[in-house]
Design a protein around this ligand. Structure first.
Ligand code: NAD
Length: 260
C-alpha cells in the first residue's frame, strides 16, 4: 500500500513510535527511524525492519529539542531518498509536578520536544509534500490534547497546542493533496507511562499490577491499555486513500477517556 513512499517517524526507537514505524514498514514504506537508545538495540530494530519488510530503513539520532536538528532531519531525508511522503511527529516526554512547583527547564523541554519540534518539522516538510502533491502529516497528541489532568501543565499545554497546530496546517494545506491530523491516544503501556505506574505503586503501596489497574480506572473506561500496534493501524488508516478528505482533525484512540 505504501511502496515507494518515505516516512519519518520521530521518537521511533521505543513505544508508540516504534509501533507506528513497524506498521508503515509492513505496508512497504521506507522508514527513517529517530530517537535515542542503545546503539546495538537500535541497529537490531533497524536491520530487522529492513529484512522482514524488504524496505530501506535508516536511523537518524536528531535531537527533537533543537530546531536545527529537526530541520536537518527533514533535509537529510529528502537528500537521501529524494522525497518525503509521511511525517509522524511522535517524539515526546513527560514530567509531572504541581504548576507552582513545575521546573521552568522541564516546561521548556516539554514544549520544545512535544510541540515546537512538530512546528519545525512540518514547516520544513510541507514544501516537499506540496511539490509531490501528496503528503500525510500525523501528530501524535494525546487525550491530554483534549482534556486536562492535574500536575501535567506543560504536557497538557503542549498537546492542546499540537491540536491547534494540526487544525491550522490542515487548513493551509487543504486541496494540495497533503493532510494533517492528530491522533489522541489514551493510556498506552510504554516506558513513558511505566514511570507513572511506578510512582502510583510507590505512593499508594501497591503492586505494579494494581497500580496499572488504578491508573486505567481513573480515566480509561475500557480498563484496557491502547497498544502501539493499534496506533500503527490508526496512522496507516490516515495514510490510506480512504482518509484523503480527513484533515485538521483530532482522532481519539482512548478507550472512551474523552467521551466522559
Ligand atoms: P516512549 O518514552 O516509549 O518513547 C519516546 C520516544 O521519543 C523514544 O524513542 C525516545 O528516544 C524519543 N525521544 C525522546 N526525546 C527525544 C528527543 N529530544 N529527540 C528525539 N527523540 C526523542 O514514549 P511513548 O509513550 O511511546 O510516547 C510517544 C508519544 O506518544 C509521545 O508524544 C507521547 O506524549 C504520546 N502519548 C503517549 C501515551 C502513553 O500512554 N504512552 C498516551 C498519549 C500520547
Amino acid at each position: 500500500m505504501l511502496k515507494g513512499k518515505v516516512a519519518i517517524v520521530t521518537g521511533s526507537t521505543s513505544g508508540i513510535g516504534l509501533g507506528i514505524a513497524r506498521e508503515l514498514a509492513r505496508l512497504r514504506a521506507d522508514i527513517v527511524l529517530n530517537g535515542f537508545g542503545d546503539t546495538r538495540e537500535i541497529e537490531t530494530i533497524r536491520s530487522g525492519l529492513e529484512r522482514e519488510n524488504d524496505v530501506r530503513v535508516v536511523h537518524d539520532d536528531a535531537d527533537m529539542s533543537k530546531e536545527e536538528a529537526v530541520r536537518g532531519l527533514i533535509g537529510a531525508t529528502i537528500e537521501k531518498f529524494g522525497r518525503l511522503d509521511i511525517l509522524v511527529n511522535n517524539a515526546g516526554i513527560q514530567f509531572t509536578a504541581p504548576v507552582d512547583e513545575f521546573p521552568a527547564a522541564k516546561w521548556n523541554a516539554i514544549l520544545a520536544i512535544n510541540l515546537s519540534a512538530a512546528f519545525h518539522g512540518i514547516s520544513a516538510a510541507l514544501p516537499q509534500m506540496r511539490k509531490q502533491r501528496w503528503g500525510r502529516i500525523v501528530n501524535i497528541a494525546s487525550a491530554h490534547g483534549l482534556v486536562g489532568s492535574t500536575h501535567k501543565a506543560a504536557y497538557v499545554a503542549a498537546k492542546h497546542g499540537l491540536i491547534g497546530l494540526t487544525k491550522v496546517v490542515g487548513l493551509e494545506a487543504a486541496g494540495s493533496g497533503v493532510t494533517c491530523n492528530a491522533v489522541c491516544p489514551g493510556w498506552v503501556r510504554t516506558p513513558l507511562v511505566e514511570k507513572q505506574i511506578e510512582d502510583i505503586a510507590a505512593q499508594r503501596g501497591l503492586s505494579q499490577q494494581q497500580a496499572a489497574r488504578d491508573l486505567l480506572a481513573e480515566k480509561q473506561p475500557s480498563l484496557e491499555f491502547v497498544s502501539p500496534e493499534q496506533l500503527g493501524g490508526t496512522v496507516a488508516f490516515l495514510c490510506s486513500s480512504a482518509a484523503d478528505q480527513i484533515t485538521g482533525t483530532a482522532m481519539s484512540v482512548d478507550g472512551g477517556w474523552t467521551a466522559q
